[in-house]
Design a protein around this ligand. Structure first.
Ligand code: ATP
Ligand code: MG
Length: 663
């Protein structure tokens, strides 16, 4: 066992204070990348080494299985192997399993792997028509209600009060499904994940002797990521404590991003103000993860915000200066993806491994353009916490339907209309569903396919369903085998707690970040702000924040950079918001040689037709304009044009250079 004082080496003064404040209650408010895990694992190890804690009497609770495993590993190397590090679920499950036979005299019920089947059955019983995505949203809503202590009978009023909805379902209907689901579950003698916590809480509340036994076993409690605690977990923690105050909580109010799932940062606020008003509060503000440039940007995201966020901390970077944070506007999402893929290639050439880079976006459907841009360049990648675009069930179903329609020779002459007609069988229409969740995700996927059809038709007016299916197959092929050693593609939510050398936070325009479905609820918009903050604080050294003015090439440049960028945009980018002034970016505003541009376009059209590809996949208009402006004289110069990467240089470089020099 290491000697106690040696455990304190390598901690900064505040972390050391956390580690040596062994008696509770203690509240640690820690910013992103300030070493929370480091501080609390050292605290437990120090308590054990000094003999204050018996290792088996310590219970450390974290939120994910992965985090719990990492904590156990750290504790082991610090000489505190006997400490229990668990998720709320696994700690509760252990107790519930152990005590259930004693209380109820029967075997512990079987746990439902997924709510899906029972939710479907409940909906069927009530005659509610619900597709797969709606069922998924219903399952999510059941989870929310259970962790938030909202009963089926109260659901209708609570849902209205808190502005919640599931698709087009009436809140009363949802409440009825909640009730029916519980009944189906009871009839089959099963329990779900939330029941595990509810059962444990019930046993501890009702059975004095058992509660006493559990409290004798655990005397010291530590909870990480406390900003994400939900009311049910908080109740369980109270029951474990049983009026004692040996508890240390760690959290960052600026990183609360699961409020919609029932998490409540108010619980963290209450801890220090109401529950334990005398608890010392230690702040960790020294950021060890990111460069001063990234830390400054992160701090600006909350600068000038109201009192609801003053609980969070301003970070101080401990690292050496790095490159500036890049803020880049693009004419459309294709140009944005191409530029990011080019930057990834460039960073890789400079020695940054692919697995040390991540592209983050707000919603799953956005992965498609990145899968394609990276696939085209043969850059390995992995979609984290989700499936690749073409593997998603709704996309596979849509492609199957389109293929069937193409084979049957259906078609009216307008590809976008034909696609809309085919996808109508999946209830797709141009109007997005209200709310967010699986239904909205599914619509976004179908919308992405529709957009591909519109783009294809613009590049090739004669394109029909057969051409679209060929184009979709090509895209699916290009999005080749995912690799764990590759670039991470992830939603902002899925990036939580992780870090990379280079991070691209993309699609940071109004309507996406903040997401359109949240925009009329100020609290939901604040959650989007925190989500953006989580995204940018993942970066160690390179950070690029980008947005695009239109969804697709040639579309109207209607989108504005996110309001979260208001304080961040440097002068030269900010001027793009004032239309008249000249800027270097985006390239569409460059002075270019129009005759040369037209020649390049003619060449592009031919090339695209030969390869049966939409024109913009050869080069976008913006790229051709940039080429016509720069007039590159060598492959190196051509490579420097935004939108031209290695693979495009290889495929088209000679032809383009010949056209440029030929006049
Ligand atoms: P997040 O809020 O994003 O989850 P966090 O507070 O959990 O971040 P960690 O991931 O624990 O922060 O730490 C961030 C990085 O800083 C890690 O790479 C960690 O090793 C390093 N670090 C933490 N404390 C120190 C220290 N005192 N000296 C050097 N490096 C440190
Ligand atoms: Mg962490």
């Amino acid at each position: 066992m290491p000697d106690a004082d040696a455990l304190l080496d390598g901690l900064d003064p505040e972390q050391r204070e956390v580690a040596t404040t062994l008696r509770g209650p203690l509240c640690v408010i820690a910013g992103a990348g300030t070493g929370k895990t480091r501080a609390i694992t050292h605290r437990m190890a120090y308590g054990v080494a000094t003999g204050v804690y018996k290792p088996t009497e310590v219970l450390a609770v974290t939120f994910t299985v992965k985090a719990a495993g990492e904590m156990r590993e750290r504790l082991r190397t610090l000489g505190a192997a006997g400490v229990q590090a668990r998720t709320f679920h696994s700690a509760a499950l252990r107790q519930a399993r152990y005590f259930w036979p004693r209380v109820y005299g029967t075997e512990f019920p079987q746990i439902l792997e997924s709510k899906f089947g029972f939710v479907a059955e409940a909906a069927r019983q009530l005659g509610v028509r619900a597709d797969q995505a709606t069922l998924r949203d219903l399952a999510g809503e059941i989870e929310w209600a259970k962790v938030s202590n909202v009963r089926p009978d109260d659901y209708g009023t609570e849902a209205v009060r808190r502005g919640r909805s599931v698709g087009d379902l009436d809140p009363g209907e949802v409440g009825a499904i909640l009730r029916a689901y519980e009944q189906v579950k009871r009839d089959r003698g099963r329990i779900d994940m939330e029941d595990i916590l509810l059962i444990t809480a019930a046993i501890l509340a009702d059975e004095e002797a058992i509660a006493a036994e559990v409290r004798r076993q655990y005397r010291w409690f530590v909870v990480d990521e406390f900003q994400d605690v939900n009311p049910l977990q908080s109740t369980l923690l109270d029951l474990w404590l049983g009026g004692r105050d040996e508890v240390c909580v760690v959290g960052d109010p600026r990183q609360t991003i699961y409020t919609f799932a029932g998490a409540s940062a108010a619980i963290l606020g209450d801890f220090a103000t109401r529950r334990f008003p005398d608890a010392p509060r230690i702040e960790l503000v020294r950021n060890y993860r990111s460069t001063p440039q990234i830390v400054a940007a992160a701090n600006e995201v909350f600068a000038g915000r109201g009192p609801s966020v003053t609980l969070g901390v301003r970070l101080q970077s401990q690292n050496q200066s790095g490159p500036p944070v890049e803020y880049r506007p693009f004419p459309d999402e294709i140009a944005e993806a191409e530029a990011i893929a080019d930057r990834i290639e460039a960073l890789h050439r400079q020695g940054v491994p692919y697995r040390e880079m991540a592209v983050l976006y707000r919603i799953n459907a956005q992965s498609e353009v990145y899968e394609e841009a990276l696939g085209q360049r043969r850059i390995p990648y992995a979609v984290r916490g989700g499936q690749g675009f073409f593997s998603r069930p709704e996309v596979r179903q849509a492609v199957t339907l389109l293929r069937g329609a193409a084979r049957a020779g259906e078609g009216s002459g307008s590809l976008p209309d034909d696609v809309r007609a085919v996808l109508a069988a999946m209830d797709f229409s141009d109007t997005p569903p209200t709310g967010r969740g699986a239904v909205r995700d599914r619509w976004e996927s179908l919308k992405a396919i529709h957009t591909m059809a519109v783009e294809l038709a613009e590049g090739r007016p004669d394109a029909d369903l057969t051409a679209l299916v060929a184009d979709l197959d090509r895209r699916a092929d290009q999005a080749y085998a995912p690799s764990t050693d590759g670039v991470t593609l992830a939603t902002l939510h899925a990036s939580k707690g992780l870090e990379w050398d280079a991070v691209f936070v993309s699609g940071v325009q109004e309507g996406t970040v903040p997401y359109v479905a949240t925009m009329d609820d100020p609290q939901a918009v604040e959650e989007e702000r925190r989500l953006f903050y989580v995204g940018i604080t993942r970066a160690r050294r390179h950070l690029m924040v980008s947005w695009s003015a239109a969804r697709k090439p040639g579309g109207q440049a209607r989108r504005k950079p996110s309001r979260f960028l208001d304080r961040l945009l440097p002068e030269e980018v900010r001027v793009t918001r004032a239309p008249r002034r000249r800027v270097t970016l985006p390239t569409t505003e460059l002075d270019y040689d129009e005759a040369l541009f037209e020649r390049l376009r003619a060449w592009r059209k031919e090339t695209a037709q030969e390869a049966s590809k939409p024109a913009f996949t050869v080069f976008t208009d913006a790229t051709l304009k940039a080429i016509a402006a720069v007039r590159p004289g060598s492959p190196e110069e051509l490579l420097r044009v935004s939108g031209v990467g290695r693979s495009k240089l290889e495929a088209y470089g000679d032809a383009v250079l010949a056209i440029v020099s030929g006049d």
